[in-house]
Write a protein that binds this ligand. Sequence first.
Ligand code: KIV
Ligand code: NA
Length: 266
Amino acid sequence: SRRITVRDIAAAKERGEKWPMLTAYDAMTASVFDQAGIPVLLVGDSMGNCHLGYESTVPVTMDEITMLSAAVVRGTKRALIVGDLPFGAYQESAVQALRNATRLVKEAGVTAVKLEGGERSAHQIELLVQAGIPVMAHVGLTPQSVNAYGGYPVQGRGEEAAQQLLRDAKAVQDAGAFAVVLELVPAELAAEVTRILHIPTVGIGAGPECDAQVLVWTDMAGMTQGRVPRFVKQYAQLGEALGNAARDFAADVVGGAYPTEAHSFH
Ligand code: KIV
Ligand code: NA
């Protein structure tokens, strides 16, 4: 069976079918999601927070994204893999964006790339699409701008902000993006964007009306330490399960219950 393509994604919107997307940062986890039938996996720069131990996505580098994207591609057979362009990899110019997106496609083998920004990133999206690289856009809250926001506030509240979000969504569609992430946007506004656009919207904290939904996998599976955002639903408590496994292993080793005869060679 072949990989999901951007044409399949476009066809899903025409049929009114919703689809799920998860992040993945390694081959093992990606393989589990691929076999579970998740059609699109994002090697998000959220790896900065949840995988690499940074405070935000800002420090993530092209080397890190490229290495982990290659692992996710190797671990999957069917999912469409999207690689995130990290902060500083595309803001300078459309040519810089093309150079880094090309690297991710050639070295890691991703099918598509994602970058943040609406009107402000339209030039970059246009050049990548012209070059034959599918682009997933990302508007609303764009976490790479955390230092400018001074946090992670809900976007598109109030008439002026709502109009800007609509302009951003239309701009990325006009530039040729095949899908657009809407992050932390009021549900009513996300529903309006979803109705207006012919490309699919991928919501995160953007209500139930988007064409697709994405979650950071460590949030979704209860692997994240500490407080999770309100829009997250946890489908497992992997952190607790893994901690218990480690404690049980430790107790067995200290108490002499592991290994036994069954685990030994003669
Ligand atoms: O990096 C990421 O995980 C993302 C998703 C939350 C859309 O950009
Ligand atoms: Na991201």
